[in-house]
Design a protein around this ligand. Structure first.
Ligand SMILES: [Ca+2]
Length: 351
């Protein structure tokens, strides 16, 4: 009996010490500089408020793009209004490209209008305006000026990143990695049928709407972590909405609750997964996922598989997220949203 107790005690202490050694690693971490590149959908706003509030991320700026869901004229101001609401109005927001480098169509107009209007959610009107510097130039500037390497979190079509790399290829050495939410590998795409109207079962919007830009970014040689539809569709919005219903203490948590409300109440709508927030949480907590090294090519041949991400022996080596610990994801997301608004950044705090 005693030896069994001793065994469990030793096992417990070993587990505890390994936990603490993990924490000590986290304590020495610095915040990582990040620029968020977004098409300003409602779930993009979830990712933005999460990263702005998370002490492990230092958001250097936000670039918008007009070939995704929101129209170019609306997205940047909506982001500024969200930043005003959560008490960070001075984070620079830059207009990026208005148009795709390889235009093939767009989101349904009614979806676009809904994103432009933030689904009718009331936001404070920020008096801050987008900066004069355009998206690609802003990325070049931030990457060039800072000593530390920059990470990009891309949650829309990749037009701005492709333009920045084309204009100044040297920035490749100043970018640590790019997190990309996009593509579908084994699961179906998300652009087929009504109301979208594309005869394509395999492509995903972010890649499809600027497939050339995506291939340019893949070709750049910058390390890529890809978060495809396959894995994100394990992170449903409903359980998180239920958690927020019980526990929301900040304007950020309230905003996320309001954003999720229509989608969890209307099952027909597409927005029932937390695509962009998953990508943001993996940026701060990469250890909650499993990854696989794959080689990937963007299919640029016109036809029913245009924009598909093809796995094979040729192509760009990419770290693909294959699985996430969904409960831990929800937990980290919730705790971060509920951090007090005026808490000074405490970079050593484990989340
Ligand atoms: Ca997006």
């Amino acid at each position: 009996m005693l030896s069994r107790i001793t065994f469990f005690l030793v096992a417990f202490l070993t587990t505890l010490s390994s936990l603490y050694s993990d924490l000590s690693v986290k304590h020495t971490e610095h915040p990582f500089s990040v620029v968020i590149d977004t098409d300003c959908d409602l779930d993009d706003m979830l990712a933005i408020v999460y990263l702005v509030k998370n002490p492990r991320a230092e958001v250097k700026g936000i670039t918008t793009v007009g070939d995704g869901i929101s129209h170019w004229e609306y997205g940047a101001q909506n982001v500024l209004n969200v930043l005003e609401l959560i008490g960070h109005p001075r984070i620079p927001v830059s207009f990026g490209a208005r148009d795709s480098l390889s235009p093939v169509g767009s989101y349904p107009p009614s979806w676009r209008q809904q994103a432009d209007m933030m689904s009718g959610i009331k936001l404070p009107q920020s008096s801050v305006r987008p900066i004069a510097e355009k998206g690609a130039d802003f990325i070049i500037d931030i990457a060039t000026k800072h000593e530390e390497k920059l990470t990009l979190l891309c949650i829309g079509p990749l037009t701005n990143i492709a333009l920045a790399i084309e204009k100044k290829p040297e920035i490749k050495d100043k970018i640590e990695r790019i997190f990309i939410m996009g593509g579908a590998l084994l699961s179906p795409g998300n652009i087929e049928g009504k109301p979208m109207g594309f005869k394509n079962r395999v492509a995903e919007y972010n890649i499809f709407l600027d497939a050339k830009a995506a291939q340019d970014v893949f070709d750049s040689g910058i390390p890529i972590i890809l978060v495809p539809l396959d894995v994100v569709e394990h992170a449903s919005a409903k359980p998180f909405y239920d958690m927020l219903a019980e526990n929301r203490k900040t304007p950020a948590a309230n905003l996320v609750y309001e954003i999720l409300k229509p989608s969890v109440k209307n099952k027909k709508r597409m927005r029932e997964f937390l695509w962009d927030p998953v990508t943001a949480v993996l940026f701060t907590n990469p250890n909650i996922a499993q990854y696989r090294d794959l080689k990937i090519v963007v299919n640029l041949r016109k036809g029913p598989e245009y924009g598909r991400l093809i796995m094979g022996s040729k192509g760009t080596p990419v770290q693909v997220v294959t699985q996430i610990d969904t409960d831990t994801f929800y937990d980290i997301f919730l705790k971060t949203l509920n951090r007090p608004p005026n808490l000074h950044a405490n970079h050593s705090q484990a989340l």
